[in-house]
Design a protein around this ligand. Structure first.
Ligand SMILES: *Cc1c(COP(=O)(O)O)cnc(C)c1O
Length: 234
């Protein structure tokens, strides 16, 4: 068994080089893409080698796990990203801990966050771009209808869109979903109220982040690829 810290550092280097290659293929700077390291598979102690390898942007998909890890790693200079479904009764405790909420998936959640916030909140709107019934998020049509409502926000600033590719369908389908999110963004960008933008695109995970970057991702959420050789089942 190799040292997990060495293995994780290798994984981070490999993922970063694939990010840079994908960006270069489409004439983008590697700095235009932020790696959000998703830590949901591992304990707080296994996050430390990740941070030692210069991953300071960390993501969790469950609020309770984000709270626990943020507390256990409070000594580290990391920023937490909420990337999964945020129940309305978990908003209050989550807000002070996070740098960006990727997963505003309903008008009700946005309202709840805006009402509970005491500080500015940065957020993305989650779009169900693949149309799968199990996915959270705005449909493209409901997003378009909803955008003018953003003008009412007092604490939340929307910076962009987030989506997940279809679970089944493979790489071609994933790329189509990413392209569709970018095209939706391009079409709706000018309809944002003042102060709001759709500049950020959070899309791409371990299996498809290179395609996502080629299609315009500015944030990729990568978990399992960072823990290859460390997790029991690979
Ligand atoms: C788990 C998760 C990821 C990371 O998935 P991997 O395939 O392990 O890279 C990204 N985004 C969300 C919303 C997740 O829940």
């Amino acid at each position: 068994m190799s040292d997990p810290a060495v293995q994780i550092a290798d994984n981070v280097a490999r993922v970063r080089s694939h990010i840079a290659d994908a960006a270069a293929r489409v004439g983008r700077s590697p700095d235009a893409v932020t790696l959000v390291a998703v830590t949901k598979y591992v304990s707080a102690e296994m996050v430390r080698p990740l941070v030692a390898a210069d991953c300071f942007e960390l993501g969790e998909s469950r609020p309770q796990k984000l709270w626990d890890k943020a507390a256990a790693l409070a000594d580290l200079p990391v920023r937490w990203h909420m990337i999964g479904h945020l129940q309305r009764n978990k908003v209050r405790k989550t807000l002070p801990l996070v740098t960006l909420i990727h997963s505003i998936d309903s008008p009700q959640l946005l309202t709840e966050i805006d009402e509970q916030a005491e500080q500015p909140v940065r957020a993305l709107l989650e779009v169900n771009i693949s149309g799968e019934a199990a996915k959270h998020g705005f449909t493209p049509e409901s997003l378009e209808r909803f955008l003018p409502e953003l003008a009412k926000c007092r604490h939340v600033t929307v910076h962009g869109l987030m989506a997940m590719a279809a679970l089944e369908g493979g790489p071609d389908e994933a790329r189509r979903d990413f392209a569709a999110l970018r095209q939706l963004r391009d079409r709706l960008q000018t309809q944002c109220p003042p102060g709001m933008t759709l500049n950020e695109l959070s899309m791409g995970m371990s299996n498809d982040f290179e395609a996502a970057i080629e299609e315009g991702a500015t944030l990729v959420r990568v978990g399992s690829a960072l823990f290859e050789g460390v997790l029991p089942s690979g």
